[in-house]
Design a protein around this ligand. Sequence first.
Ligand code: DGL
Length: 275
Amino acid sequence: MTSASPEGAIGVFDSGIGGLTVVRELMNLLPDEDIIYLGDTARVPYGIRSKETVRRYAVENTSFLLKQEIKMIVVACNTVSAVGIDAVKEVAPVSVVGVLEPGARAAVKATVNKRVGVIGTEATISSSAYQRAIKAIDSTVDVRTKACPLFVPLVEEGWLDGKVVEAIAGRYLEELRESGIDTLVLGCTHYPLLKGTISKVMGDGVRLIDSAVETAKVVKEQLEMEGKLRKHGNLSGRRIYFVTDSPDRFKRIGTWFLGQEIEEIEKVEIGDYRG
Ligand code: DGL
């Protein structure tokens, strides 16, 4: 049940909690909009799974959102944006915005020495999707990448800074730092929470690109272009959260990601969990 009017909600999905960094930016930029979020917490993490599995999960999540009254789908997961956004677009009769293109575009705009680094999950990095997206915009940009799989569990434990986190970040980011990049794309939903540590390790000369912030800007532009932007001005957008596993953990940890309490939250069954 999709909506062609500004009154429809923005449908957002992610593998779990991480996409709340995107919701946070959407709420900042578009406070009038209703948001319906699906976090596939029963099957997280996606970042270590095969492309086929991630695509199947992505289509199931999309089908769930399409049963709500939505006017757009935001794929708030870098892994899905890297390996499965075409599968989402194939089944969705509304426009689909991922987090990868906005981040890639912002990186090309920001780099001065044309050396860009990208960090993300194993699935995102091994797909080379960021390289392709950046090269498609400017083929002269040199792209260096690094998977940082320990960052997701660290963030979910609330370990965002301190000696241990800095040591892990230092080890992952050493090569990128030495490669002379001037711009680094945080190509995973969880990484904006590590901005302080990553920035400390990379130094002042490296600009960090937060895909969540960039994606919110693109969502606004797209809604405006389609004549679907809400203009109430009463800042009263409603937010409803669905999860596929117990809401408790999502509620507790999600608060750090969202920067505020999560109120309306419901557990739902989607897809086929046998596979
Ligand atoms: N949401 C994922 C991403 O942005 C990170 C968590 C996961 O691996 O599912 O890539």
